[in-house]
Design a protein around this ligand. Sequence first.
Ligand code: T6T
Length: 346
Amino acid sequence: MSSHKTASVFSLLIVSVMILTACGGQPVTQAPATQAPATQAPATQAPAKTVKIGFLAGVQDPFYTTMQRGAAQAAADLGVELITQIPQAWNVTDQTPMLDAMVARGDLSFLFLAPVDSQAMIAPLQKANDAGLPLLTVDTYIGDGDYANGPVKFPLSFIASDNYLGGQIACRALADSLNKTGKVYIQNVKVGISSTDAREKGCKDVLAAEYPKVTLVGVDYNDDDATKAQAQVEAMLQKNPDLGGIFGTNVFSAQGAGATVKNKGLSGKVKVVAFDATKDAINMLQDGTVDLVIAQKPGDMGFFAVEMAMAYMNGVTSIPKHIPTGYAVITRDNMADPNIVKFFYQ
Ligand code: T6T
């Protein structure tokens, strides 16, 4: 996070300049200097209220843990408090009551979150926004993700990877590793999640457009459960013993796919491309079970989210409606390079 440190110092400078200009020279987080005459007992100043920013993740996993760290870094540098809530499972019924509770507490000045369903979370977020809580989304979006011209415009920004491109990168690599011929399979999470839906579509489109001799034999949805993913891969391998490759679209999809391939002694024979640079995925890359890991930049997403929140709260009106954060593509050849290691999720 060293580059962040300098960036945050730079951003701290910008923000304090903004705060100073916005509040006519009075820093928000420090008590204003009093001009009371020396003789009078110093008036007791109520301590300045620390700004609280809420973060509501999609689920407990290394991706969101890393995002929280990026956010915490920016919060520490900007002198604000980060209030984090993480659902145990990836679904609307877990996330919505947490969202409502974060609104109800009434002391949050801003909220950023990863909506777990692009349609079902529109109404709960609209309610939060109507209650006066400004918000932006990280990693996933609601509506169609175009908050400038799309059907849903109230979120201030969308900070995430280009997931369609991510799916293309993954399946180009998978098809090339099979010499452009053979059967592939997608292990996915759940329909309705903007990120993994886009990865699946990116994969399908690139196979259809560029690899006529590669057949997609199926897509399964594991409800973000690695054990379920394992069983689904087991069944797919029974049906297709000549399966050539698997695209695991996120942490638990890749974890399940890799585990079954390894347990069946198929490491290196059945190619696996894993999304998300967890310790597990990196270990499987190391031992030859996984052939490519696509690292997102969740730390950057969290960091930018807090920065944009502070910018908004200080009157900045030109917050980009979309902030793409990019990827690091990790192979056995570059996985020891420090410039790559820094993208491993914590
Ligand atoms: O892949 C990430 C995230 O981008 C996706 O939206 C959901 O799954 C992860 O959190 C990993 O589990």
